[in-house]
Design a protein around this ligand. Structure first.
Ligand code: FES
Length: 119
């Protein structure tokens, strides 16, 4: 929800990539153990290479969708993606951020959350 009193967005696009790490064998797993730290670094470098402006790509703590990870969420759209490879990251940067589209094959839905039953 936004109001007319809200200031303009500071970043046009703000990406949060989970880089949380849990001990080996934790029942929920963690994004860092699935490669998210290197993929987030790759995403930052690639966004720079592509010359994308108004974008910030931050490392985040646990986003609470661990089983589906590595996970990221992009604001202000509020779109969640699973990213498991550099080619996934490339597609998200090109299709979502550069062309303002959606990468449907990687998008998570609200019901995609095995740890928490939605009521
Ligand atoms: S460890 Fe990444 S969402 Fe929880």
């Amino acid at each position: 929800m936004s109001t007319t009193e809200d200031p303009a967005l500071y970043f046009d696009c703000h990406v949060f990539c989970c880089t949380n790490v849990r001990p080996e064998g934790h029942p929920r797993g963690s994004c860092a153990r699935k490669g998210s730290v290197a993929l987030r670094d790759y995403m930052k470098d690639k966004a720079k290479q592509m010359g994308l402006k108004g974008i910030r790509i931050n490392a985040a703590g646990c986003l609470d969708r661990c089983e589906l990870g590595p996970t990221m969420v992009i604001y202000p759209d509020g779109i969640w993606y699973r990213f498991a490879s550099e080619s996934d990251v490339d597609e998200i940067l090109q299709t979502h951020i550069q062309n303002k589209g959606r990468v449907l094959r990687l998008m998570m839905k609200p019901e995609d959350c095995p740890a928490k039953a939605k009521t």
